[in-house]
Design a protein around this ligand. Sequence first.
Ligand code: NAP
Length: 288
Amino acid sequence: MKTIKDKDIYCLIGNPVSKSLSPTIHNSYFELIGENSIYFTFEIKEEKLELILEAFKILNVKGFNVTIPHKITIINYLDEVSEDVKVLGAVNTVRNLNGKLIGFNTDGKGFLKSLEMEKIGIKDKTILVLGAGGAANAISVSLAMEGVKSIIIANRTISKAETLSDRISSYFPKIEVKYDSLKLENVNKKEVDMIVNCTSVGMYPNQTESPIDIEGFKENLIVYDIIYKPKKTRLLQLAEFKGYKTVNGISMLINQGLCSQEIWLGKKDLFFLENFEKIRRILKNYIE
Ligand code: NAP
């Protein structure tokens, strides 16, 4: 019989971490695939980050996720990072390979995987990304890597939209990149094939708000809101009312977790769809 002392340890570090769904996702997944592992959350202050990474090496913590405020600063303490982290400048997954800490980012991959599951093609499309924070960065870079035609970044703080737009242009010169405020005064709405909301507008305490005016877009628009709680944000409600295809953030959340698992376990597509559905059912109790 398996005992707790034999278990491999995984965790999430950040501050705050108490409301994270990661332990539910990862512990459910370990159970589903019969992996003798356990996932904790650790609230780590910024000044303790280096120390905790040394402790993880000593304790042989096999892998961990990273959230705010460590996603960027952790890069200074890692032994290696993946190619997309070099473009993104942020890490959300670390694998401890025999004492060597290697950083990855699965946010964008989780997003792309969710598009694949929804059968949404993005090649040669024009995508309007709302927001310029961590998620918007990861998603915009993934969209660029997938070869979209054009990306428009719209953000409340326009200087951040400009910075992200410049970053994408410098790495992906063939992709047309523009930026604007959330008023979208310089955006030709009829050109937009998909909107991806990466702002926190729609979440508590802004549940009754939409980040943009949804009027004036083309008929077959796709509206993707990466928020998963509430399940149907104001933006998605308005989009649904207009007859647009809508997607919420739950699939991205599960998929980025499963992408972390693939990195930690060094296995590809381990019962991917079957386990995805099982985890989605488990999360329903926490989200709805
Ligand atoms: P972040 O780095 O803090 O960025 C927040 C973004 O929201 C910024 O662009 C910010 O604009 C904008 N914003 C915040 N309050 C606003 C307001 N009142 N009006 C207009 N814009 C506002 O956060 P993040 O990590 O990118 O996360 C953003 C959202 O994505 C959160 O809701 C998070 O839960 C969700 N998310 C979901 C997943 C998933 O797996 N489904 C993964 C990651 C994140 P300024 O630059 O002007 O401040």
